[in-house]
Every structure is written in structure tokens, then in C-alpha cells.
Write a protein that binds this ligand. Structure first.
Ligand code: SF4
Length: 875
């Protein structure tokens, strides 16, 4: 029977379902459920007998010979491949499935050989196979057959259907859409075609057109807007279906855009168990081992929220210590594991023991070579890490997935026994790979628009069916691809038409069917249009102006002429935002207005404002930045380990310089060779001390730092000779303070070096990186550090005034002077400006008028961007 329209199709299926004498067969399980559901909802009888419908695979299975042996499945095929690839002698004759130059990589051929075994039957029809390929296929088939025979197994893939094997004679069967049933060709060519089987096919009708969009985002948006309009016209979500050419790829975009429009979607597709909490737990345990207990792998396991941890606070404590001590890598041997020696050096004994137990457990799991020892290691780790209830507190779905995975592990154990494989190297890795290939299908009802993968939705016919992403690659239907072979070998005459048959069938897969595709995919890949549509391609366009989301944006931008009625969820968003993000803070201290005095909060017990050069510079950059840091004490947390802790390396350099000047007292450039030796010796000792600290950098980084700073220190000796020859150190790391009760501040400074020569006084500050430079005039001052030091020295009275002041930058290898003996006027100006700054700051605090002063320099590395809510000046 041939149906010529969707109405005829529906009529034929309903008639068949009503007929108690007939078993109705659908091409897929999805189609079977779809039609039963529709029949039940739309028909007066509203019932279907459980045994009156079948999916094609189940029906076809009735024609296969019954065997006394046990059937092989994918798992057994995988185990065969595993064993075969580890048998050096068996693999050696391979010619095609062999990495000639990298024989040690042969285990990477596992999936290709697995695929080849599944395609062995189809291979018989390929005529022009390369000789080496055919040789290997026969060799592998021989080994596989022997493997099965020795274990009393058989592979159903090699069996051919036959009417003789069919034992149920009393029934009549009606198969809908045989043209899209996998294996129909072989079935229809059986010697005796079953006389009790009727078929219903769809007519090859006039071809529809394909809407072609410029890119995939436009396509997705336009289709969702159309759906939204349909719903607003009264169409129920359940009447609409989307089938996507490549659902895996388009899914996140589709879900995102649907959420923006408030369209509920249910993606009808299984997912790998490894994407759920228990799967993540197992795979991340393995990842700990393969990544040598790296901080990243530790974080990814121990911070996972879908797992019911027994002692989560211990995880965060361990990871925080890892950051504090700059643990950059772990290792399998304890001797080179930074976690172990750094936690040990810092005497974090409890955390150390906890980490060691975790590590022992993971190593035992990864080295288990049989199911007994694997389960023991696994359950011991679960006891150690998880709550007694396991994954149950994380939701029913996680608990079910956990049971599903354990069942899969058990099935592997059974298959290992069946295959007489007692010991398997890297068993846990093998299990995870196997689990990763399985699909866990959540048993949940479809809510909203159902979304299917193109290849599985065949056979359904909802009122509205949108087939998106119908490019040539996505709509291509082939038999199993032959691994490691160019596709030209697989081109059998009627294969193209199999893709066409599917497209023709999809033409009848709904009362209103729309095919669409796009020229560019997400990610920029371009596509081809399926040949089937050639000549019937219309350039479709997405009209942003009609999209409510775009129109809303324009309205916000002040476009008066745009009138639109927002979606319900847009109204909801606005309502929520107007109570939160859109509300102006009552006291916005980033506005210089003077909401309330801050002076009382800013001063210490003795009523003085404690100031330092860094504080003054921060206030000068942006008062709000100072307020956040020094008054509110908001600090950014550190979430990453640093292989170079710049702050500590800077302190190390300062320490080297201080020791050097203490030893030599007066710098005499004529002794530069001895100085170089001395400073290198000091540096070596300091680095050695640093290396013993739990927070030190890894050895390779330390080696790099030593080399780099050794060169910098040599340059330093030279520059010192040029600018400060014969200067003696008056003070190193000299702490000075000034108390000004009249103004109300206490100024504190720690000067790297104060040096004197013939009555001249110099202050120097050493910078590991780039040093601040003086602006062209005293109005543009980027740092008040040196004027602060000059002010402090003058206030002490002993040295009177500072004649020269400079920063030394190790990375640039030069001094930059703020003033020298001849620019004393500049110094006086800078100190006067500093006094004004301090005065203004105190006045601001007294009235509470702080405010933010955004600028490219101030904002570019500022940690308070989210707090001040100003427009940031970005470079
Ligand atoms: S981001 Fe800019 S404006 Fe905001 S606090 Fe930081 S420096 Fe000030």
C-alpha cells in the first residue's frame, strides 16, 4: 500500500491500530510510542493492546536463527579487540590496521577494529577494497570467529534473516515505512518473503523547498520566533516538533535561544552517563591519576557539586592550602609530589594524611586488573569520600545513573568471565571508556516542544514539524562507515538514494513540514545543500526587527517609534530587575556627594588616619578604590596557584639587595668584579632558602628565576656604579613615621635604601617590574612614594633634606630619577602637592564625599569593577 498524504498516513495507521487481527510495526521505537500516544489521545476507544505493536528491530529479530550459544554484544566485541591488540603475534601480520612507524600506538586502533567487526557483513558487498584492507579484514574475522568459538559464543551480526526461523504463524503483520527501516533491503531479499507481512510506504511526491539561512543562529532564531507566534495563535506546544540535523552540536544554542523566548523544550535524547554526577565522580577519579594529581584535576573532582561529599570543607581547605603554597603539580611517586612535600613542610598533618589516603585509593583503583580488586578499591574510595547515602541526596536521577553505571561494571565483569579474561591491564580506564559510549535515557515526560535527532524521528507526523540543520552532511544516511578508508570506497550505487528516501519520507513527517538549513554553522564551518533539494532552495532571512528581543533592545535604546508587547517572561525579568539591578543604591559612594561622614570609621583609636605611600597612591588613582581596599577591606580571593609568586620573588630581590649593601657598606665601582661574585653568592643562598619554603615555585621555575635575576643583578651593579658610586648606606628597609595631630594623620614609610655621599642624601626604591615615571610636570604625578620618603626624612631632622630620589627597575635595568641635586625646586613642589593631597583626602573623608575617578590607568587592573558600577575605561 502506498500513502499519498499525511492524512492518508494517519488514517492507515489508525485503521491498523484498531484492527485486532493485525500487529502494527513501526520503523523505530520513537515512532511506535508517538503513534500509540496519538491514537490514545485522539481516538474514542483510547486503548491499544500491548502486544499489537512492535518496533522494526524487534520484529526483524524474530527471523534470525535461534542459537544454543550465547550471543556476543558490543562489549564482547570490545573485549575481543582489547585482547587481540595486546597479542603481538596476532597483530604482526596486519598490513592496513597498523601504525607502521608507531607500533606502540596500536591500542589506539581499538575503535577502528571494533567498527570493522560490525561492518564485516557489509564489507562483502564492497568490490574495490584495497588488497591490504581485505587481507586485514579476513585476518581479524578469523581471529574473532575463533575467539567466539572457543568461548561458546556467536555474533548475531553475522546471521541472516530467514522465514524458517519465524515461529509465530497465527498473526498478520503490517509494517509501516519499510523504506526507512535499517536492514530492510536484506530482509526483503529473503528467499521466502513472509506472506503474512503487508507493507505501507509513502509516495515519492513532489519535492518541497529548503529554506536556506545565512547562518545557523539566524535559522534557530527564526524558527523559534515562528513557534512562538504559533503558540500565541493558540497552537499547543505538543503539536510542534523540531528535528535537528546535528542535535548534539545545536542543542546548547537551541536551548539558550528557547529560554530567552520562554519556549519550553524537551530534548528527546540519551546522554552519556559520564555527564551526570556519578559519571563525573568516576571519570574525575581516573583523571586524577592520568594528570598526576594536578591541582586542576583535584579542583575539578573535589569541588563538583553533583556529588554527595562526606567532608566538603576538607576539600576546600586542601585546595586553599594548595593555592597558598603554590602547589603546581602532583606526581604518582610520593618523592616528587608537591602536595606531599609542601603540606609536610608546612606541617599540615591532617590534610596531608587525608590527601595520602585519597591518593592511595585512586592508585589502587587505577592499578586494579580484575573486577574483585577494582570493586574493593572503588567501594573503599566511596566510603572515604562520599556520604553513606551515596548519590541519593543529589537527586533521584543521580542515584539512578549511579546504579546504571554499577550495572554496566557488573556486566563487564560477567563478560570478562565469559571471555575467560581474568586479568586486564588498565581495567578501570576500559570500564570508563565503555560506560562513556552508553546512553542513559531519562524516563521523563515530554514538556513543551519535543526535539529529536534527525535520524531517529523518522516515522512520526505531528501537525507542525520543523526540520532544522538539513545540510548535506547531516542528512546523509549510510550503512556503517568503513574505518580507516576513504569514503569513495563506500559509495555503492543506491547509497545516495537512501539519504533521498529519508528526505522524501520526512516530507510526509507532519501536516506542515518545513525544511531549513544554513550556509554557515556555529563555529564558522560552511555547509552544502543536499542534492535532493537542488533547484528548490529559497534564500530565507531572519528579520531581527520582528524579533521581540531585538525590539526590546531598541526600545531600551530610546527608539520611540517601536511599539511591542513583551512576552510574559520579559515582563517578569523587568519586574525582577527593577527590584534589584535597576535600583540605584541609596548610598552610592562612587558618587562624590557626601552621604555621611567616613572619618570616624577611617581613623584608628587615637583619632589619626594611618597612611602609607601605597595608600596615598591608591587614593590618587581613584578614591573609591582606596575606600574598597583600605576602609571596607574588600580583597579579591586567589583561586589559582601561581608558578611565579611575584610578590614573594620581589621580597626575595629586596632581601638580596639589603644583604649586599649591608656587607659592602660603601659602593665602590672599582670593585665591581668582586661585587658580582658576592651578589651572586647572596642570591644563590636566598634562592636556596626560598626553595625550602612550602610556597616556593617549582624547581624548573626557580631555575628560570635564578638565571634571569642573576643577569639582572649584574646589570644592577653596573648601573649602581654609574649613578650611586661611592654612596654609603645610611639605612636599608628603613622604617620612618610622621605624626601630624593638627591635620590628623600618621604617615608611615619603609624605605628600601637611604644612601649618603659627601653630605648628599639619596632615597631609592627597588621595583621588580616596571617603575613609575615622573610626569612632564608636577601636576601629573603617578606615584607619591618618593615625595612621601622625602617628607618623612625631612620630618626626622637628622638628614635634613633629600637631594636625589629614584626608582630602580630590575626588569628595565635602569634608574629613573624623580629629582636630582639640581631639581630641589621640583622636590619641594612634589612634597607640597603631597601635603595638599593628604589634606584634601582628610576633608573628603570628613564629609564622606569619596566618589570614583575612572580612567584607563586606574581601572585597567582594578579589582573593584563590580563594586563601583562605573563605566570602566578599558585599554
Ligand atoms: S574600576 Fe575604576 S572607577 Fe571603579 S573603583 Fe576601580 S579605579 Fe575606581
Amino acid at each position: 500500500m502506498i500513502v499519498k498524504s499525511v492524512q492518508e498516513m494517519k488514517g492507515a495507521i489508525f485503521t491498523s491500530l484498531r484492527d485486532r487481527e493485525i500487529v502494527t510495526i513501526f520503523p523505530t521505537e520513537i515512532a511506535r510510542r508517538y503513534w500509540i500516544n496519538r491514537f490514545v489521545m485522539e481516538e474514542r476507544e483510547g486503548v491499544v493492546r500491548l502486544d499489537s505493536t512492535l518496533a522494526w528491530d524487534a520484529f526483524k529479530g524474530k527471523f534470525l536463527p535461534k542459537q544454543s550459544e550465547i550471543p556476543a554484544n558490543n562489549l564482547i566485541r570490545e573485549l575481543f579487540v582489547l585482547q587481540f591488540l595486546r597479542d603481538e603475534a596476532a597483530c604482526r601480520p596486519l598490513k592496513w590496521f597498523w601504525y607502521r612507524d608507531y607500533p606502540e600506538e596500536r591500542e589506539n586502533l581499538a575503535s577502528a577494529i571494533r567498527l570493522l567487526i560490525s561492518s564485516l557483513k557489509e564489507l562483502e558487498n564492497v568490490e574495490n577494497l584495497p588488497g591490504d584492507y581485505r587481507h586485514d579484514a579476513e585476518l581479524i574475522k578469523g581471529h574473532y570467529t575463533q575467539f567466539l568459538q572457543e568461548r561458546g559464543l556467536y555474533d548475531p551480526l553475522f546471521l541472516a534473516p530467514s522465514l524458517e526461523n519465524f515461529s509465530e504463524t497465527q498473526q498478520r503483520y503490517r509494517l509501516f515505512f519499510p523504506e526507512v527501516c535499517r536492514g530492510w533491503c536484506e530482509f526483503s531479499q529473503m528467499e521466502n518473503f513472509p506472506p503474512f507481512l503487508e507493507t505501507v510506504t509513502v509516495e515519492e511526491g513532489e519535492r518541497p523547498s529548503l529554506e536556506l539561512f545565512s547562518n545557523e543562529l539566524m535559522e534557530v532564531r527564526e524558527k523559534l520566533n515562528t513557534i512562538k507566534n504559533l503558540v500565541e495563535e493558540g497552537i499547543d506546544y505538543s503539536e510542534i516538533v523540531i528535528s535537528a540535523g546535528d542535535l548534539e552540536r545545536v542543542k546548547p544554542y537551541l536551548e539558550h535561544e528557547a529560554t530567552l523566548r520562554g519556549i519550553p523544550l524537551t530534548v528527546v535524547k540519551g546522554d552519556s552517563p559520564l555527564h551526570y554526577g556519578p559519571g563525573k565522580f568516576f571519570s574525575r577519579l581516573a583523571n586524577l591519576y592520568t594528570s598526576n594529581f594536578s591541582p586542576k584535576a583535584m579542583r575539578s573532582l573535589l569541588l563538583e557539586q553533583q556529588i554527595g561529599w562526606k567532608e566538603y570543607s576538607r576539600h576546600t581547605a586542601l585546595l586553599e592550602k594548595g593555592i597558598e603554597y603554590n602547589v603546581t603539580r602532583g606526581a604518582i611517586p610520593d618523592s616528587s609530589d608537591e602536595w606531599i612535600w609542601k603540606l609536610g613542610a608546612a606541617k599540615e598533618n591532617e590534610l596531608l594524611e587525608w590527601y595520602k589516603t585519597l591518593k592511595r585509593g585512586v592508585i589502587a583503583l587505577m592499578r586494579a586488573s580484575n573486577m574483585g580488586s577494582l570493586f574493593r578499591a572503588l567501594f573503599a574510595l566511596q566510603d572515604f569520600l562520599l556520604l553513606p547515602e551515596g548519590f541519593a541526596p543529589q537527586g533521584e536521577i543521580n542515584h539512578n545513573v549511579y546504579l546504571f553505571i554499577i550495572d554496566l561494571f557488573t556486566a563487564v565483569g560477567e563478560s570478562l568471565k565469559l571471555c575467560q579474561m581474568g586479568e586486564v591491564e588498565n581495567l578501570f580506564q576500559f570500564l570508563l571508556k565503555y560506560v562513556g559510549k552508553q546512553n542513559y535515557i531519562e524516563n521523563r515526560p515530554i514538556v513543551g516542544v519535543a526535539v529529536y535527532d534527525y535520524k531517529v524521528a523518522v516515522g512520526i507526523a505531528p501537525p507542525y514539524h520543523f526540520l532544522i540543520g538539513c545540510d548535506q552532511r547531516a542528512t546523509e544516511i549510510r550503512g556503517l562507515p568503513l574505518p580507516l578508508l576513504h569514503e569513495s570506497y563506500m559509495e555503492i550505487d543506491d547509497e545516495e538514494s537512501e539519504s533521498d528516501i529519508f528526505l522524501n519520507h520526512y516530507h510526509y513527517s507532519g501536516e506542515r513540514v518545513v525544511f531549513s538549513s544554513s550556509k554557515l554553522l556555529f563555529g564558522g564551518e560552511s555547509t552544502l545543500v543536499p542534492i535532493w533539494f537542488t533547484g528548490r532552495v529559497t534564500d530565507a532571512s531572519y528579520k531581527p526587527s520582528k524579533d521581540l528581543l531585538v525590539r526590546e533592545e531598541r526600545r531600551w535604546a530610546g527608539s520611540k517609534e517601536i511599539v511591542f508587547t513583551p512576552y510574559q517572561h520579559q515582563k517578569r525579568w523587568l519586574e525582577r530587575a527593577s527590584k534589584s539591578a535597576f535600583t540605584l543604591p541609596i548610598y552610592d559612594l562612587a558618587i562624590k556627594r557626601g552621604f555621611f561622614p567616613l572619618w570616624e570609621r577611617a581613623v584608628g583609636k587615637e583619632g589619626l588616619l594611618h597612611l602609607s605611600a601605597t595608600q596615598i597612591d591608591t587614593y590618587n588613582d581613584c578614591p573609591f578604590k582606596w575606600l574598597s581596599n583600605y576602609l571596607f577591606k574588600i580583597r579579591k580571593g586567589n583561586y589559582d596557584t601561581l608558578s611565579i609568586d611575584h610578590l614573594r620573588v620581589g621580597q626575595l630581590l629586596h632581601s638580596i639587595i639589603a644583604t649586599f649593601f649591608t656587607k659592602i657598606e660603601t659602593f665602590d665601582y672599582s670593585k665591581s668584579d668582586t661585587y658580582i661574585e658576592l651578589i651572586e653568592e647572596i642570591a644563590l643562598k636566598e634562592f636556596e632558602e626560598y626553595r625550602k619554603m612550602p610556597y616556593s615555585s617549582p624547581d624548573t621555575t626557580l631555575l628560570y628565576l635564578k638565571r634571569r635575576h642573576s643577569d639582572e643583578l649584574k646589570v644592577f651593579i653596573e648601573k649602581e656604579g654609574k649613578d650611586f658610586d661611592l654612596y654609603s648606606s645610611y639605612g636599608l628597609e628603613l622604617t620612618l613615621e610622621e605624626v601630624n595631630r593638627k591635620e590628623g594623620y600618621h604617615l608611615l614609610g619603609r624605605i628600601d635604601r637611604v644612601a649618603t655621599k659627601d653630605g648628599l642624601v639619596a632615597v631609592i626604591d627597588y621595583k621588580k617590574g616596571v617603575a613609575p615615571t615622573k610626569g612632564k610636570n608636577t601636576e601629573i604625578v603617578s606615584s607619591f612614594q618618593l615625595p612621601v620618603y622625602a617628607k618623612l626624612i625631612e620630618s626626622q631632622g637628622e638628614l635634613e633634606e633629600v637631594d636625589r630620589a629614584a626608582f630602580y627597575s630590575f626588569s628595565n635595568g635602569r634608574y629613573s630619577f624623580y629629582w636630582k641635586e639640581k631639581d630641589r625646586e621640583c622636590r619641594d613642589d612634589l612634597v607640597a602637592i603631597l601635603d595638599q593631597k593628604i589634606h584634601a583626602m582628610i576633608q573628603d573623608l570628613k564629609v564622606g564625599a569619596i566618589g570614583a575617578t575612572p580612567s584607563q590607568e586606574a581601572c585597567s587592573l582594578c579589582d573593584y569593577r563590580q563594586v563601583c558600577r562605573r563605566r570602566f575605561a578599558l585599554p
